[in-house]
Design a protein around this ligand. Structure first.
Ligand code: ATP
Length: 252
């Protein structure tokens, strides 16, 4: 795991329809120590996905710096794993081979990568699904596979863009419980983008509220772990923090 640093990050797009430049990210600085879980929330269009795509190296930044473990990011790389809302699994590969794909790209031999894949599938309670194909799984299971596939690549930073947005509310809470448990076990550095304030607070050590391409506020979440919904649903500290973040997002 490595730290992530954003230094005066900026992004300007050229909007071909309007024929003008649009500033999506103005001046964002953020320090995420190794092993910290940071959620980023904010209204639609505030620049959440733009930040994540720049950290992933999918789009270039227009100004400032992105540092992973102190090293500048210049493009995509295996040190950053990405999980999107769409599951993006390979439909022609079994679950085991999907999870073993990252290690395969790193040249890990078949027996060893199968072992790694099985270890990560076990972490998400998916051992029984190893030989199935993605279209034989529910949406919730596909997203679990997506998460462990990213983790099996042992990224220094895990980037998650609304990964649970397309599953039903009940499954979503189960996935949040699981991600919280997996984070505690493995302690990856995580940037988690979401519209859902309770989700952001439940998962994170810190919630960053973004507004119009800038950081509006950072809220620490000192709620004890392990965190499970059965306990937090009625927890006053959780409710207070969620309300605090919610009013910040509303004012953004
Ligand atoms: N490829 C692009 N070309 C031009 N403008 C863009 C492009 N991508 C994003 N934008 C603009 O940049 C701003 C930030 O967009 P971004 O998708 O990062 O926001 P977001 O907070 O992730 O939104 P949402 O929550 O709706 O996904 C918006 O004004 C958007 O219209």
């Amino acid at each position: 795991m490595k730290s992530l640093g954003l230094r005066n990050l900026a992004k300007t797009y050229f909007d071909a329809y309007k024929g003008e430049h649009v500033t999506a990210i103005r001046d964002v600085s953020l320090d995420v120590p190794a092993g910290e879980f940071v959620s980023i929330v904010g209204p639609s269009g505030c620049g959440k996905s733009t930040i994540l795509n720049m950290i992933a190296g999918f789009i270039p930044h227009s100004g400032g710096e992105i540092l992973v473990g102190g090293e500048p990011v210049t493009g995509p790389g295996p040190d950053r794993g990405v999980v999107f809302q769409s599951f993006a699994l390979f439909p022609w590969k079994t679950v085991l081979d999907n999870v073993g794909f990252g290690p395969k790209m790193r040249g890990v031999p078949k027996a060893e990568r199968d072992e790694i894949a099985r270890e990560y599938l076990a972490l998400a309670g998916l051992t029984h699904a190893a030989d199935r194909y993605p279209n034989e799984l529910s949406g919730g299971m596909q997203q679990r596979v997506g998460v462990v596939r990213a983790l099996a690549n042992k990224p220094d930073v895990l980037l998650m863009d609304e990964p649970f947005a397309s599953v039903d509310a009940q499954t979503r809470m189960t996935l949040q419980d699981e991600l919280s448990r997996i984070w505690e076990e493995r302690r990856p550095t995580v940037i988690f983008i979401t519209h859902d304030v309770p989700e952001a607070v439940f998962l994170a050590n810190r919630v960053v509220v973004l507004s119009k391409g800038k950081v509006l506020a950072e809220v620490d979440v000192p709620i004890a772990r392990p965190r499970v919904w059965d306990r937090l649903v009625g927890d006053d500290q959780f409710k207070d923090l969620s309300n605090q973040v919610l009013s910040l997002v509303r004012s953004a």
